[in-house]
Ligand binder design. Structure first.
Ligand code: PLP
Length: 403
């Protein structure tokens, strides 16, 4: 008799964003005349940059010729893109990363989720709380998280990120083997400085642990003390895998391109993880389309860089509007300086979902309840800066009017 992976049966309810979407849809159905402003899921709203579109068009035309046609590409990505990544994202910052340490993929979500394939089920995993749900759920699916009771997985180590610790995780007291870190971070929108990251690299070295460093929001860093890569920290290549994405950097959420860096220096029990990830990708992944990789390459041209950074600046301006308006309305807010997320404390200690409902009912503004990202997110809602500027301003006016 066939058996399912019963770890899936342990997963609680539906995925956070589908619940948010269902509530928003129910509101629209009940209030067809009222406007809904979505400030929940972290999806971009600006179109792809002209330089990116031009490169895509060119690549599409190539695909229609006998000489320019591309079938299966290398599973790790084309050299033209891997070399550009090395040059612009790493060498330009004085970081030594080799092209064969870069694995181009269809998303940081897939990579963060799939990376667990190369680790034993016995590893002890630490996650921030609140956290991007993909790290938790994929470990649960793999059987690494234990059982879900009282809002927590009993085999995961939660590192609370709260007001009292400046929303920075503290080094775990018990020994852990795999640590997920994400800076600038989702959902809180804060970023760790070089000084704050150093102890994590030291911890990983001392405890033979691996850091899985999600840097999907790197393009939003404005503070010079915040590193753009974990490899800016000495010794990090021996202990860390880094995930990057073109989704938020260049509006590729619907175009799909990202990459993961697995340094050769990174060994677990004498085994190079680069080789294992390469084996995993070659077996389960057939590469990102040629047209998309050409589009990603265009992000690194002068024009492409300028245009995509303008979009990032636009979202950061929205973040500023949200921070300032909510503060004016009496909220305590965090994040939004090095990230497109603003973490707002609910008024009068309201529960996250209650405040989510209140905002939706009274203003039509859709946020994301903080508790959906983990127990320590209770009492907060997350706003994203990815709306249009007009909608951001409108949403803030509506919120100010009810408070
Ligand atoms: N990592 C974090 C922390 C995210 O917030 C997101 C998307 O919201 C992703 C990864 C997903 O990135 P991608 O679009 O490359 O799959």
């Amino acid at each position: 008799m066939a058996k399912v992976n019963d770890n899936y049966l342990k997963l609680p309810g539906s995925y956070l964003f589908s619940t948010v979407a269902k509530k928003a849809a129910a509101y629209t159905e009940a209030n067809p005349d009222k406007e809904v402003i979505k400030m929940s899921i972290g999806d971009v709203t600006k179109p792809l940059a002209p330089a990116v579109i031009e490169a895509m068009h060119k690549a599409v035309d190539e695909m229609g010729t006998a000489e320019g046609f591309h079938g299966y590409g290398p599973e790790q990505g084309y050299d033209f893109l891997r070399n550009k990544i090395v040059e612009k994202d790493y060498a330009a910052r004085g970081i030594d990363v080799k092209a064969d340490e870069i694995f181009v993929s269809d998303g940081a979500k897939s990579d963060c989720g799939n990376i667990g394939d190369i680790f034993s089920v016995d590893n002890k995993v630490a996650v921030c709380d609140p956290v991007y749900p993909v790290y938790v759920d994929t470990n649960a699916m793999a059987g690494r998280a234990g059982d879900f009771t009282d809002g927590k997985w009993n085999n995961l180590v939660y590192m609370p990120c709260k007001e009292e610790n400046g929303f920075m995780p503290q080094l775990p007291e018990e020994k852990v083997d795999i640590i997920y870190l994400c800076f600038p971070n989702n959902p809180i929108g804060v970023a760790a400085t070089r000084e704050q990251l150093k102890p994590w690299v030291e911890y990983a070295k001392k405890n033979d642990a691996v850091i899985l460093y999600d840097s999907a929001y790197e393009a939003f860093i404005t503070d010079p003390d915040v590193p753009h890569s974990i490899y800016e920290i000495e010794g990090a290549k021996e202990v860390a895998i880094e995930f990057r994405s073109f989704s938020k950097t260049a509006g590729f959420t619907g175009t799909r391109c990202a990459y993961t860096v697995v340094p050769h220096e990174l060994k677990v029990d004498g085994v190079e993880l680069n080789g294992l990830w390469n084996r995993r990708q070659c077996t389960k992944f057939n590469g990102v389309p040629y047209v998309i990789q050409r589009a990603a390459e265009a992000v690194y041209t002068d024009e492409g860089y300028k245009q995509t950074r303008e979009a990032v600046a636009y979202y950061l301006e929205n973040a500023k509007i949200i921070r300032e308006s909510l503060t004016e309305a009496g909220f305590t807010v965090y994040g939004g300086v090095n990230a497109p997320y603003i973490w707002a404390k609910t008024p009068n200690g309201m529960k996250s979902w209650d405040f989510f409902d209140k905002l939706l009912e009274e203003t039509g503004v859709v946020t994301t309840p903080g508790s959906g990202f983990g127990p320590s997110g209770e009492g907060y809602v997350r706003f994203t800066a990815f709306s249009t500027k007009e909608n951001t301003i409108k949403a803030m006016e509506k919120i100010k009017a009810i408070l």
